[in-house]
Design a protein around this ligand. Sequence first.
Ligand SMILES: C[S@@+](CC[C@H](N)C(=O)[O-])C[C@H]1O[C@@H](n2cnc3c(N)ncnc32)[C@H](O)[C@@H]1O
Length: 251
Amino acid sequence: MFSSSLRRLQGRGRRTMITSRNFSTPPNPPPDFSDPTYWNSYHLRSPSIDWFSSSSPTLSSSLLTSIASTVISLRPSNPNPNSPPPTFNVLHVGAGTSTLCETLESYLTSSSKPYNLTHVDVTPSSVSVLKSRGINDVRLIDVTSLSDVLSLEREYDVIVDKGLLDCFVHSGDEESLERTLDNFATVLREGGRYVMVTNDDPDGRLSDFMEYGNKKWDLAKFNVKCLVEEGEGDVVVHMIQVRKKAIDPKP
Ligand SMILES: C[S@@+](CC[C@H](N)C(=O)[O-])C[C@H]1O[C@@H](n2cnc3c(N)ncnc32)[C@H](O)[C@@H]1O
């Protein structure tokens, strides 16, 4: 059941966003955040909005650079230093029109090691905005669909999500939440990381993983870092890392 998440949502008074785009005080009637048509119109209306960004460009850029530097730090070490480093595969999900696309690209490029960076979103509007900005690999993908996710034809080291899982949690769409976690576990390599950025309570998110993804995710490796402290006009933003379980070695 999704009821525990909903109870947590209803019980939390501090679920405000840095900007006016606010999951907790939606207009009346509340939008369905798991409905792609809502997001398609949203990106058409507001093609240059970055979720969790702030009126302060400095804060916004420090948020993005923290995420990108964490992603870079998750590149697996080279098992054989005498051979070239393996390609680092990164999947950015629910990319919207975020400038995290460019930040990730520039961090990965400056590492001078091979990588693949793929950005996906369910909305044609965001895909077309990102393409018009010259972002290389952008795909129209519904993360709740296994066939869509498998069409990526790659195993990823890291999946990055800024505000995507929040959509399913905030709309109470437990089926999409469960399917998405399953689909992500399918395309992440063993031991790969799911990095999500949210202003939700990390304890609540841990419960979601226990409820919906316990068998596939190593919750002992559930790691939380605070990216933005609450201050005047700001809210708390967390980066949560969860590691995909490795298959137990044979006894
Ligand atoms: C809260 S917004 C965050 C956008 C962007 N990551 C940012 O930080 O500005 C959530 C994003 O998830 C996308 N999304 C919602 N449902 C999706 C789905 N089923 N598959 C892929 N993307 C989805 C929306 O189109 C939207 O761009």
